[in-house]
Design a protein around this ligand. Structure first.
Ligand code: GSH
Length: 218
């Protein structure tokens, strides 16, 4: 086995990479990051001092950050999916990947994780701004997403890998709601995708850890 992924099933960025690995049927060794596998956490920190996951190790080479991990998979272990197409479609894919990571996932984490800080280190103003920006992101997507089925059209790409977990969890923080039918339908299509649904199911036992409580909206 040359590929190992250090990951936890409830982590949104890990789900993003797991979706790509499994959609391509790429074999890998799942290095679970939990209390029962302290050696995995120790190796993660030794390879990547930030301790952030997912982390891919390919034949000894460490690859950090979900987007470069998927780019690495496409370059070194290509499967049936082309995660970043050529030309304009590829530029749109990269842009939407950034959009979902920054404006959806980033604001979802900012708004949700504030509660995990010690009481005297919280930033309610920052958390509120994150909620405002999350709603702006929803509105932008509602106006700018195409008719699908996927983010850039018919092909399932890197942008959808980023969109699936970010929209799944963000809706728990700020509901997308009936005012955004196009975005809500896209989230529902993503969640109905068997590979996405597997990732969501694997995270299900950990829902109690969701900082503001998990409303079970899937
Ligand atoms: N920008 C990174 C973010 C990775 C990230 O923030 N992962 C979270 C889990 S979803 C994490 O490592 N949290 C633990 C920590 O920050 O210590 C990526 O795209 O992979």
């Amino acid at each position: 086995m040359t590929l190992a992924l250090f990951a936890h099933p409830f982590s949104s960025y890990c789900q993003k990479v797991l979706i790509a690995l499994r959609a391509d049927d790429t074999p890998f060794d799942y290095r679970m990051l939990d209390g029962q596998h302290p050696d995995n956490m120790a190796e993660l920190r030794q390879r990547w001092p930030f301790g952030k996951f997912p982390l891919l190790v390919d034949d000894g080479e460490t690859v950090a950050e979900s987007t470069p991990i998927i780019e690495h998979l496409q370059a070194r272990h290509p499967g049936p999916n082309r995660w970043i197409p050529d030309g304009d479609a590829g530029r749109r894919t990269r842009f939407l990947d950034r959009f979902f990571d920054t404006y959806v996932m980033g604001n979802m984490q900012k708004a949700g994780n504030d509660i995990l800080r010690p009481a005297d280190k919280r930033d309610p103003y920052g958390a509120e701004l994150a909620r405002v920006e999350l709603n702006l992101a929803y509105d932008w997507l509602e106006s700018n997403l195409g008719d699908g089925p996927w983010a850039i059209g018919d092909a399932f790409t890197l942008a959808d890998c980023a969109a699936a977990p970010s929209l799944f969890y963000a809706d728990w923080i700020e509901e997308i709601g009936p005012k955004r039918p196009r975005l809500a339908a896209y989230r529902a299509r993503l969640l109905a995708h068997p590979i996405v649904s597997r990732a969501v199911d694997e995270g299900r036992p950990y829902r109690a850890f969701f900082p503001l409580g998990a409303p079970d909206r899937d």
